[in-house]
Write a protein that binds this ligand. Structure first.
Ligand code: AMP
Ligand code: MG
Length: 704
């Protein structure tokens, strides 16, 4: 089936003629044609809007464009209503019935309350229509809803419930209302649909129609509207964004929404997109794949004249200059664990959404309970989670309630099962009971509109629970940071292969790749490069194309065979950071084709320490999660150690019997010591003489 070229969204109004200067509560029409948003159209009266719509439908058809027009009022009524009024089940019969009766004028004077009175007279008792500007006048239209029993037809349609719409089609006055808009809009639709090529979704076959009329509700994208509205008139922002959202959906997604309707839709109509709020909001926001700006060329520059940079200064410089380099994508909530949240999660629903009971027991009005023995008659029925009690509980009565059930009307306090006796349709227990006992207040955990989780958070399983509870099904997260790892050196051979004399196995690459995978990054294995300038250049080119950050090991100092530093220096963006740190020879930092490169020492111990202390926090910032500080804690030393001033030292360490032990040798080629260790002991920059029992700072590997 052919997609739509033009989307128009109409915010209808039942009011009088609007002023010449655009205002809210007038008629606004948002149009997106071939993906381009046009300025919202402002119409002062319904008659003016109908003229515009006729001209629009004609012009689009002449241009060969297929059009979807959405109107923000109900196309149908709860099942049973139309038959009762017209004798037919065809909802379009009611459109014609209304069209024959409703009058309107350029000034907006109309007879909708007279017509509502006429309908109400067809129903026994009060209603179904209610609400009017004053208590006097139109005696057949009640001022308030109280006393209307919706038994011939329900008060709300299935799609109103699915969309959590706030207003009923029978409410003619008091905001928010749609009832009057429908009475004043359906006659106009009855005329529009008689034009050639126009079909009404979902009542008619719309698959080949040139122009399709659909019911929409801007409330579905309320969240996106709030984000961008600014000083724009709200109604204009709503129609503009909803037109853009529907135009921004893939043709398949829109088809799916048109087809995903409840069984009641044939009689009652349906709100396009009900049940697809997240998709619509995402489409209204537009593509989120905005790429962040690249790092500055001089981001690794060191202040002139500095010889050995203290660790903290080096970290402060990096912290200052590393900014997120990855874009944003939307993922299903279920796939959010471990991802970096890109924008704040704002609660679209309170938790709990309604006051409910925290226990199994009996609920009643707490104000009616005094001290001493209490015996309350039980109301028929019960409230359970997902099966609320529809009626009210009169004061002095009680009702059976089960954990998680919404508190019925008239109930604000619950007594526990364990504290009652039940029999003869009564429940007995001892007062006093604190009002509100054993209940949870709506929003006592999180209130709608609160920031539930802040951007930058690395999402935990519990965060997913919270995001779900406050109404989110998808999440905007940073794309995963891609980290390339490259080993260099003529002597380095692949683990498990034959090693000749003078060769050693590549120990750094498996270590660094798995370390970065553990940080939640996407790893890119670049293998090994020989000590050859062209080989290293080729490997870096390749890595820069495939990753957001590059870790190399080996060849990073100033020796003859140190091609990494030589090559990086050639590109101009290289800095050799001489950091006052042990273990760790100079760290080469550079941008290669805009991609940051951490040139780590070849020595496995130094490679690991430099990665944990420098590359780890920098990669946190690059990934969007923000600068990262490992959590260390203070423990008594189980060792003695003297150190000279001038360098910070990290010792391979672990905790045994509540004390920090260090590895017997500080030799930086000792990989067995790395494997033995479970963390690092950090000794300060100044001189130190640590004796057994002295406090030292220990940082477990697991906290990096
Ligand atoms: P370099 O930084 O290239 O001078 O290397 C310093 C030391 O680390 C030398 O003994 C290298 O053999 C060793 N080394 C370099 N790369 C690796 C690696 N990937 N795995 C194990 N040892 C390495
Ligand atoms: Mg080397």
């Amino acid at each position: 089936m052919r997609g739509f070229d033009t989307i128009a969204i109409v915010d209808w109004s039942a009011g009088k003629r609007a002023p010449a200067r655009p205002t809210k509560d007038a008629i606004w029409i948002g149009v997106t044609r071939n993906g381009e948003d046009l300025a919202p159209v402002y119409c002062r009266s319904r008659i003016e809007a109908e003229v515009w719509l006729n001209g629009f439908i004609e012009a689009e058809a002449e241009a060969g464009l297929r059009v979807l027009i959405g109107f923000d009022f109900p196309f149908g009524y709860p099942r049973g209503f139309v038959r009762h009024v017209t004798g037919s089940d065809d909802p379009l019969a009611f459109w014609d019935w209304l069209e024959a009766r409703i009058t309107d004028s350029e000034a907006g004077e109309n007879n909708r309350f007279d017509v509502a009175s006429e309908i109400n007279c067809l129903f026994d008792g009060q209603g179904p229509f209610w609400g009017k500007p004053s208590e006097t006048g139109w005696p057949d239209v009640p001022y308030r809803k109280a006393g209307i029993s919706y038994d011939i037809c329900a008060e709300r349609r299935a799609c109103d419930l699915a969309a959590k719409a706030s207003s009923s089609c029978f409410q003619l006055f008091f905001n928010p209302t749609v009832g009057s808009q429908a009475l004043m809009g359906l006659p106009m639709l009855a005329r529009l649909r008689r034009r050639a090529g126009v079909a009404v979704w979902p009542f008619q076959d719309w698959s080949d129609a040139q122009t399709v009329l659909v019911e929409i509700w801007p409330g579905l994208i309320e969240q996106a509207v709030k984000e961008v509205q600014g000083t724009e008139i709200r109604d204009a922002a709503q129609v503009r964004l909803l037109a853009r959202a529907l135009a921004g959906l893939s043709p398949d997604a829109l088809q799916m929404m048109l087809k995903d309707i409840g069984p009641e839709a044939r009689d009652e109509a349906w709100i396009l997109g009900a049940g697809h709020t997240d998709e619509l909001i995402a489409a209204a926001r537009g593509p989120v794949a905005l790429e962040p700006p690249p790092l500055r060329n001089d981001c690794f520059a060191l202040p002139a004249g500095v010889d050995w940079t203290p660790v903290d200064d080096a970290l402060a410089l990096l912290r200052d200059r590393m900014t997120p380099v990855v874009g944003i994508e939307r993922v299903p909530l279920m796939q959010g664990a471990g991802r970096v949240l890109a924008v704040d999660i704002v609660a679209t629903r309170s938790n709990p959404p309604h006051p409910n009971t925290a226990v199994d027991g009996y609920g009643f009005a707490g104000s009616a309970i005094g001290d001493g023995p209490q015996v309350l008659p039980l109301v028929d029925g019960r409230a359970a989670a997902g099966a609320p009690f529809a009626g009210s509980v009169p004061e002095g009565h009680a009702i059976r309630v089960l954990t998680g059930a919404d508190l019925p009307n008239g109930v604000d306090t619950v007594v526990l099962d364990e504290d009652v006796r039940v029999g003869d349709g009564q429940v007995a227990f001892h007062g006093p009971l604190k009002r509100g006992a054993n209940t949870r207040k709506a929003g006592e955990d999180v209130t709608v509109g609160d920031v539930a989780i802040g951007a930058g958070r690395v999402l935990t399983p519990a965060d997913l629970a919270l995001a779900a509870a406050v109404g989110h099904g998808t999440l905007e997260v940073r794309k995963r940071l891609r980290v390339a790892v490259l080993s260099t050196g003529d002597e380095i051979v692949e683990p498990g292969s034959d090693a000749a004399e003078g060769q050693i196995y590549d120990a750094n690459r498996p270590m660094l790749l798995s370390l970065c995978a553990g940080f939640g990054f996407e790893i890119v294995d670049m293998g090994r490069a020989r000590d050859d300038r062209d080989a290293v250049r080729g490997a870096l080119d390749d890595a820069a194309a495939r990753a957001d950050v590059i870790l190399t090991s080996g060849g990073a100092s100033a020796g003859d065979e140190d091609h990494i530093s030589a090559l990086l220096r050639e590109t101009g963006a290289m800095q050799e950071w001489r950091i006052a740190l042990k273990p760790g020879r100079p760290l080469a930092l550079a941008l290669w084709q805009g991609v940051p490169v951490f040139g780590l020492p070849g020595n496995p111990v130094a490679a690991l320490v430099c990665t944990l202390i420098f590359a780890r926090p920098a990669m946190g910032a690059l990934s969007g999660a923000g600068w990262f500080e490992p959590q260390g804690f203070t423990l008594p030393a189980a060792f003695e150690k003297r150190k000279k001033p001038g360098r910070r030292e990290y010792l391979r360490a672990r905790i045994r019997n509540g004390q920090a032990e260090v590895f017997k040798s500080e030799g930086s080629g000792r990989i067995s010591g790395l494997s033995w260790a479970e963390g690092l002991v950090e000794l300060p920059d100044g001189a130190a003489h640590v004796q057994p029992g002295d406090p030292v700072r220990y940082i477990p590997f697991s906290s990096f």
